[in-house]
Design a protein around this ligand. Structure first.
Ligand code: SF4
Length: 586
């Protein structure tokens, strides 16, 4: 097999999770990933597409997923076979603070001559600490690193002058070198993904797992169009907020995708899949003209997939009406964070009253909207245990008032408050107590035995134990409410109830063991176990990501042209003289 030029590797959260006894907790019940965070950042797809357009072969390896799927899978054996010019590892989300550096150490042992580059939001924040790691050769800082990665690859081909690569942190005999930031981008339009490449990697190698985004993807191929990088909002715990990016991320944010580019991506996705398409980011944050222009694009696209809109504040009635007139099937997500208006305002996402929210819910449900999910959080400034419990009472009032299309989710903020965020950098002002500051300290937290000890924060209003107590108490109540008001079936509710009970029981037993050795039965139950006590314990994942039959969500007639184009491209590449390929690359 011809070796790729670049292999992008997504590590598991904790590298040796299969040998550890960790009670991860309900940190992944509202995201597609499992507790090992096997979903790779979308940046992998845009980086791969960008490099490919410039003549390079890129392979994505979802190492976390491969390790999850089989205990017999040996990462060392698998990685030994790869010999690219450059390995890339993501440290986008901080929960990979253990897995990322461990994979780098393994690669350096296997391939001491192949350089390793890190990238992502957390890598950018911790670039100086990361570059001190012997296994790390480069860190690419920034949220838009496609051109810098290309520049780095080109330097690796000749007589390297790494000081020419913008946004690169690297090292030489004199120590760490921090190059000037990359020039700011003005639009995201140049950075899209390449569905042909994804399909091609499956078809060419008949490999259904190495490059897919997360474990359940073939059954619920959630697809998303990221309309924005960075954010206009100021949520105090978020590392991508306006405050956080202003602090450490080079460039001007938020950086948006144009309405035309969003429309093109949606049409392309709809050709291959029937699955819902999430529009990530509140379109209205880009201004009314921008948001309406996106709706015009959607109307022109005339696709049947459900389009899911994200709202950070209740949208105006006129906009809701325009959505309804523009798309055939749609759903929405709104994140009030708390029922308590004071807590909501302190969190910083948006300030609005519950009355205003109820008006918007009413307007949305008066349309053809098929599902509206509300998201609430635990661990917010000013939020007490009592306030969390009151949240469930408020949700009950909403369930009584509105029909079954309205559902709700309550999740703990975790495992980490993001470095760079207001809550992390100015913790005292926001009532947070931060337990880890460095990358190494976060890595150490990830090795703890239970999620209460893994949290990197507590608040003035709730200890870590109270955050866990509040999570399980609220989850039990909300699960009962969903069953009573017909949001979920009794079968699903019973499943959540049983798993919640197991989670509470294992927590009690771990607490009883303290730092001492575990009872052999507990050890056996927990070793390498990522799901039993941590998944589906506060809600069933299928409430958000319903499973379909294998491949049923795909449109084979739409996939065939991609395969044909892919095979033609490969045939042409094989019959093209190497010197011509060089020219293309240059
Ligand atoms: S959590 Fe808040 S700041 Fe962060 S991306 Fe979401 S809305 Fe923006």
């Amino acid at each position: 097999m011809k070796q790729p030029d670049v292999v992008l590797i997504h590590p598991p959260s904790v590298f040796d999770f299969r040998d550890r006894t960790i009670f991860y907790g309900p940190i992944s019940d509202v995201i597609p990933s499992s507790p090992v965070f096997e979903m790779y950042p979308v940046g992998f797809l845009t980086l791969a597409a960008y490099l490919r357009r410039h003549g390079y072969r890129v392979t994505i390896v979802n190492l976390a997923l491969l390790m999850m799927r089989s205990r017999r899978f040996r990462p060392e054996k698998f990685l030994r076979r790869l010999r690219p010019r450059l390995f890339g590892i993501d440290l986008h989300w901080l929960p990979h603070a253990h897995g990322g550096p461990e994979v780098a150490a393994l690669l350096k042992r296997l391939h001491p001559d192949i350089p390793i580059v890190f990238g992502g939001i957390s890598a950018t924040y911790f670039h100086e600490e990361l570059i001190r790691n012997d296994a790390v050769d480069f860190v690419l800082r920034g949220s838009v690193t496609e051109p810098s990665l290309l520049a780095l690859l080109r330097e690796l081909e000749g007589d390297p002058q790494f000081q020419r690569v913008p946004g690169l942190t690297w090292k030489d005999d004199s120590g760490a070198r921090v190059n000037p930031d990359t020039l700011p981008s003005r639009t995201l339009d140049e950075y899209d993904f390449d569905l042909g490449m994804m399909i091609g990697s499956v078809v060419n190698h008949l490999d259904f797992w190495t490059s897919i985004p997360f474990h359940g993807w073939w059954r619920h191929p959630i697809t998303a169009v990221f309309t924005v990088r960075g954010c206009a909002r100021r949520c105090v715990a978020c590392g991508a907020s306006a405050d956080a990016f202003g602090r450490f991320m080079p460039g001007h944010f938020p950086l948006r995708r144009s309405p035309a580019a969003i429309g093109a991506m949606i049409r392309e996705l709809a050709r291959i899949t029937r699955a819902p398409i999430f529009l990530v980011g509140d379109l209205l944050d880009g201004g009314a003209a921008y948001a309406y222009a996106v709706l015009d694009e959607l109307k022109r696209s005339a696709i049947d997939n459900r389009i899911v809109f994200e709202f950070f504040r209740p949208p105006p009635a006129e906009f809701i009406g325009r959505i309804d007139a523009s798309v055939r099937h749609w759903g929405a997500e709104l994140s009030p964070e708390s029922h308590d208006e004071y807590v909501r305002a302190r969190f910083g996402k948006a300030t609005f009253t519950n009355e205003r929210m109820a008006e918007a819910i009413e307007a949305i449900l008066a349309t053809r909207c098929e599902a509206l999910d509300l998201f609430f959080m635990i661990g917010l400034p000013g939020q007490t245990f009592r306030s969390v419990i009151d949240m469930t009472a408020e949700i009950e009032r909403l369930f009584q008032r509105f029909d079954r299309r309205l559902s709700a989710f309550i999740t703990p903020m975790g495992p980490f408050i993001d470095p760079g965020s207001e809550g992390f950098e100015d913790a005292e002002r926001h009532g947070y107590i931060i337990r880890a500051r460095t990358l190494a300290e976060h890595r150490a937290l990830l090795e703890q035995r239970d999620w209460e000890s893994i949290l990197n924060y507590e608040t003035k209003w709730m200890t870590r134990a109270e955050i866990v107590d509040a999570t399980y108490e609220a989850a039990g109540r909300l699960n009962d409410l969903k069953e009573r008001y017909g949001r979920i079936s009794s079968h699903i509710a019973a499943g959540v109830r049983a798993r919640l009970s197991s989670a509470k029981s294992i927590r009690k037993q771990l607490a009883a063991a303290g730092d001492g050795p575990l009872d052999p039965n507990i050890h056996r139950a927990l070793v390498g176990e990522i799901r039993a006590f941590s998944e589906g314990t506060i809600n069933d994942k299928a409430e958000l990501f319903p499973s379909g039959a294998f491949l049923r969500n795909f449109r084979i007639s739409g996939i065939i042209p991609f395969i044909a184009r892919e095979l033609m491209g490969r045939f042409r590449a094989r019959t093209t003289k190497p010197s011509v390929m060089r020219t293309i690359r240059a």
